[in-house]
Design a protein around this ligand. Structure first.
Ligand code: BG6
Length: 524
C-alpha cells in the first residue's frame, strides 16, 4: 500500500521562452523519409510557432523520391497535422511556415549530385538566403560516409562567409569498426566542433533534469554511490512493434537500436561525476569516463549477464498482433532480438559492485521509460518485532509517458501500533509547470542552429559506446541461437530476464556482493 504526498503546484513557472536560432538553410538528406515527416518538420513547425525561428530560416529537403517543392509541402503538412509531436496545428500557421520549405531530387550516391547541390545553394544565397548551412544526415548509416565525402569534394564543408555544421542521425555505424571508419571520414572533412551526432534522448526534458536533480541539490549527491545504492534499473518498454521499419530493424535489433545509444546515455547521466561546467566538453568528458569504466564482457559474462527476446503473436490494447517473424519484410526465421536486457558493472570508486540493469523491448505490455535507483535496506533491528516489512527507498526518474521524479520512503501508519507503510513524494512536470516542455527534436534542432553541442555525442563517446556493445553482439553470434519467439506481444518480456537478475547471473553459481539486498522489479 502506498500513500501520495503531492508536491505543491508551482505557480507562474511555465516554460521559459526559447532563444531563437541563427539564420540558416537546413539541408536534410533523407527528406522523403519517415523521420523528416514525423519528427523533424513537426519540431521545426513548433519552433516557428513559438517565435524562435529566425526569419531567415529555410529548409532544403533532399531525397531520391521525385517530388516538387509543392508536393513536399503538402506531404509534410499532412504528416505534421497528424504527428503527436505537433503542438497547436492550424492551417494558417502551416501556410505561414511552409513558405520556408523547398525540395530537391537527388541521388546522394551519384558524385554528380554534389556540384548540383553546391550550385543550388549558391543560387539560393544570391537570392537572399542565409549563407549559413546546417546539413542534417537522416539516411541509413551506410550512406552517411558517401554524403560527408561528397560535401567535402565540392567544398561545402567550409564557408568563407557564414558557418557550416553537420548533424548526424543515429545509428552511427553498426559496431566499433564501422563507427571508427565513419569517424575517420567525418574528421577528414569536418572539424569536430562542427559535428553534431544526435541521440534524441538527450533532448528530452527529464533526461536533462537528471543532472540538475543530482548536482543542483545537496540532498542526493552524498548518497549517490556504492555505500548507499544497492542497484539501478533503467528500462524502456514500448508497446509499438517494428512498424514499417523491418529492413532497418532486421539489421539492427534492440541492443543496437536502443541500448547502444539511448539507454547507455541514461546510464552515463545517472552515473557520471559532476562536470566542471555545463558545456559540451565538460559534460561529454565525464560521460566518456563512465563508458570507459564499464567492465568489458567476455563470452561467459554475456551468457550470464544478458538476455534477449523476440516477440511472438499476442494482443496489444486488446487487438491481436502478429509475431515479429510474420511482420511484413521480416525473415520468417529471423534471429533479430526485439528485446534486450543487460547487467552492467561500472568499475570505479563510486560504483564498484553496484549492478545497473538495463532492458528494453518492443510490443511489451506498456509504454514506460524510467530510471529506478534502489537504495540499500536499513539495518532492521529497530523494527525487528514489527509485522510490517521496511522497504528500501527508491528514487524513480520517469522519462515517459509521465515525466517526473518520485521518492518512495517509509512512514508510520496512523494508529497505536508502530506499523510502517511506503509513501511517495511525487514531482510531476505536468502538474508543476502546467505544460510539457519542448519535444526532444525541437531542443536539439534549436541547439544545432545556435551552435551548442552539449546535448550531442562526441566522436570518442560513440566509439566508447560501441566498445561496450560490440562484444555483446559478437558473443550473441557465437552462443547457441536463441529459441525465438520467447515472449508474447503484450506481455512483460521473456522469462530469461529473471535469470539476468540472479545473483551470479544466468545459470552461474557465484554470487555478487552487492545489489541482491531487497531486489524487486516492477514486474514482480
Ligand atoms: C528510436 C528507435 O531511436 O527511438 C526506435 O530507433 C524507438 O525504435 C525510438 O521506438 C524511441 O523513442 P521515444 O522518444 O519514442 O522513446
Amino acid at each position: 500500500m502506498s500513500a501520495i504526498i503531492q508536491a505543491s503546484p508551482l505557480e507562474n513557472l511555465s516554460q521559459q521562452p526559447l532563444t531563437p536560432g541563427d539564420s540558416c538553410v537546413l539541408i536534410i538528406f533523407g527528406a522523403s523519409g519517415d523521420l523528416t515527416a514525423r519528427k523533424l518538420i513537426p519540431s521545426l513547425y513548433n519552433l516557428a510557432c513559438e517565435g524562435c525561428m529566425n526569419p531567415d530560416f529555410e529548409v532544403l529537403g533532399i531525397g531520391r523520391t521525385p517530388m516538387s517543392s509543392g508536393e513536399f509541402r503538402k506531404k509534410t503538412g499532412e504528416a505534421a497535422a497528424k504527428s503527436k509531436d505537433t503542438r497547436d496545428f492550424s492551417e494558417s500557421g502551416w501556410k505561414d511556415f511552409e513558405r520556408r520549405l523547398q525540395y530537391m531530387v537527388g541521388d546522394v550516391n551519384e558524385p554528380k549530385f554534389y556540384p548540383q547541390l553546391r550550385g543550388h545553394l549558391n543560387e539560393m544565397e544570391k537570392t537572399g538566403s542565409s549563407p549559413n548551412h546546417l546539413f542534417y544526415v537522416s539516411t541509413p548509416a551506410s550512406v552517411a560516409g558517401p554524403i560527408i565525402g561528397g560535401l567535402g569534394t565540392v567544398g561545402l564543408n567550409r564557408r568563407d562567409r557564414g558557418w557550416t555544421r553537420i548533424v548526424l542521425e543515429k545509428p552511427f555505424g553498426r559496431d566499433l569498426e564501422s563507427a571508427q571508419a565513419l569517424n575517420a571520414v567525418v574528421r577528414g572533412v569536418f572539424d569536430e566542433n562542427k559535428v553534431y551526432r544526435i541521440d534524441h534522448y538527450l533532448g528530452k526534458e527529464t533526461v536533462q533534469n537528471i543532472l540538475v536533480f543530482r548536482f543542483g541539490n545537496s540532498l542526493f549527491e552524498p548518497v549517490w554511490n556504492r555505500n548507499y545504492i544497492d542497484y539501478v534499473e533503467i528500462a524502456a518498454a514500448e508497446t509499438v512493434g517494428v512498424e514499417n521499419r523491418a529492413a532497418f530493424y532486421e539489421e539492427t535489433g534492440a541492443l543496437r537500436d536502443m541500448v547502444a545509444n539511448h539507454l547507455l546515455q541514461l546510464l552515463a547521466l545517472t552515473a557520471m561525476e559532476p562536470p566542471l561546467a555545463f558545456d559540451a566538453d565538460s559534460v561529454r568528458e565525464q560521460k566518456v569516463q563512465v563508458f570507459r569504466s564499464i567492465r568489458p564482457m567476455s563470452v561467459e559474462d554475456v551468457a550470464r549477464f544478458t538476455a534477449r527476446g523476440q516477440y511472438g503473436s499476442g494482443a496489444i490494447d486488446g487487438k491481436r498482433v502478429p509475431g515479429y517473424r510474420h511482420e511484413p519484410g521480416v525473415n520468417p526465421n529471423s534471429t533479430t532480438e526485439t528485446y534486450a536486457a543487460v547487467r552492467f558493472y561500472i568499475e570505479n570508486w563510486r560504483w564498484a559492485g553496484v549492478p545497473f540493469y538495463i532492458r528494453t523491448g518492443k510490443h511489451l505490455a506498456r509504454n514506460l521509460t524510467e530510471i529506478r535507483v534502489h537504495l540499500k535496506p536499513t539495518p532492521q533491528a529497530l523494527f525487528a518485532r514489527m509485522s510490517s516489512v521496511i522497504e528500501p527507498n527508491v528514487i524513480t526518474i520517469s522519462i515517459q509517458p509521465d515525466e517526473g521524479i518520485s521518492i518512495a520512503f517509509e512512514a508510520k501508519r496512523p494508529g497505536a501500533q508502530v506499523q510502517t507503510v511506503t509513501v511517495q513524494a511525487n514531482f510531476s512536470y505536468q502538474t508543476s509547470f502546467g505544460s510539457k516542455g519542448p519535444v526532444a527534436y525541437e531542443t536539439l534542432l534549436l541547439d544545432s542552429m545556435r551552435g551548442d553541442a552539449t546535448l550531442f555525442t562526441r566522436g570518442d563517446e560513440v566509439e566508447a559506446e560501441w566498445r561496450i556493445i560490440t562484444p555483446i553482439e559478437e558473443a550473441w553470434a557465437r552462443l547457441p541461437p536463441p529459441d525465438f519467439p520467447n515472449y508474447a506481444a503484450g506481455s512483460e518480456g521473456p522469462a530469461s530476464w529473471h535469470e539476468v537478475l540472479k545473483p551470479g547471473g544466468n545459470g552461474a553459481e557465484q554470487t555478487v556482493g552487492h545489489g541482491q539486498g531487497n531486489r524487486k522489479t516492477k514486474e514482480e
